[in-house]
Design a protein around this ligand. Sequence first.
Ligand code: NOJ
Length: 540
Amino acid sequence: MPAEWWRDAVIYQIYPRSFADSDGDGYGDLPGIISKVDYLASLGVDAIWLSPFYLSPMADAGYDVADYEQVDPLFGNLDDADRLIEAAHAAGLRVVVDLVPNHTSDEHRWFRDAVAAGPRAPERDMYVFHDGRGENGELPPNNWKSVFGGAGWTRLHRPDGTPEQWYLHLFDVKQPDLDWSTERVREAFDGVLRFWLDRGVDGFRVDVAHGLVKAEGLPDWDVEQAAMLGGQSGPMWDQDGVHEIYRRWRGVLDTYDGDRSLVAEAWVADPSRLALYLRPDEMHTAFNFQFLDCHWDASAYREVITATMASNGAVGAPTTWVLSNHDVLRHVSRLGMADPGSSHEGLGMRDEQPDHVVGLQRARAATLMMLGLPGSAYLYQGEEFGLPDHTTLPDTVRQDPTWFRSGHTRVGRDGCRIPLPWAADRPGLGFSPNGATWLPQPDGYADLALDRQADDPASTWTMYRDALGARRDLGLGGAELTWVDAGEPVVAFDNGPVRVMANILGAPVPLPDGYRVLLSSGPLAGGTLPMDTAVWLSRA
Ligand code: NOJ
């Protein structure tokens, strides 16, 4: 496989519980993923990223890890993980796993030992324990909030009910934050990295990469903290001390052969701050969330593409494009809203309902624009079917901690985590052998099932497959972008041998002379590029 594969790879995110269920418990699992490896290779991606499948009480769908070196029985066992890595490699796919270093589960033995050891015991140094404020320590140590809603601190009680110290959790109460100033934490994670590197993984997606180090003295924060994700700032995010950790990890990865890599999940709004994570001795890539959060607006796209490529380029790093993942409203839904692209927050039945016909048309155009850009790109499972979110889930089935911790004011992310539709006429749309699904699938998913699209030349699935094939054949991931002026509402650039044009909310524009159409996201009328449509052209 070519060196520095991470510079231009297309990486497919698998959210294991919703991908494919082999045993009929309604949750996807590792054997289910193994059964789809050939499918993924035929789609034409270069790598897969697996969201956490480790031992977990599932308070945050596995982002609350109780043992980093065990597979949760819901998903299988370590042999299954080994078999999956082997099958993926045999099919020519790299494997990236999720690393969750900001917090553990409160059921991790490190936290249990720390609680049992009592205040000021060395075991407590692994986490952010603190005495409370107020006369009897009855007030939290500072005013930080949880990203999911509610307080960011919880007070411990002894078995006899006596209150004692508080612990920090930037996420759920069952996700205590680790203290990365403690060498024992650093050593423990060196071991976790090695454990998975030794098993053959090609890289790690680093969860909450901007959160590991907190400002000295844990000062109060005077701004209403972070609506979920989206350019977080404050004394708990993007502190300079995080970089030392990534230099250390890079040192660990570099002792392995095979070009292993790190991708940062860092919600850092300033592209020049984000680029610091990508210096040559730190991480290799970072998700470009500014691109994901861009309004459906041509000049906004031009700006974001220019700014992020410039700041990453300054440190020699590629840009890593992404439109959907398991934390945000899928781009079909996001771009189908009255103010398209204005928010990635999940939607419920009391909220505005997106227009999924318009949304799909725009999502296809956005995807074709994205896959035409140089750099690497992430796809989120099911986007190749054109899936929207489930925006009318009954509240009774919701599982995202956001829904509970926000006092039922934010529905959270369940709507983008619906089990995939593989076969329209099978129970559970082919997700599981018996039709069981951990969340209900919306009516519209049957028509979008893989078997309704695979042989249809006009389907979204076919567009993804053709775009991935052409992108690889034409070397677009490693080519150079040059802007083309095609009028205000059109994002237009040359990349290698391809001219990419996306008409965003504009009247139809003529296609340039001397070019032929390689791919288009929708029908082209009489030599023009209609509104909300993208094309790839090559010289005739
Ligand atoms: C980001 C993950 O993508 C999200 O799903 C999770 O809830 C938080 N980090 C906390 O781990």
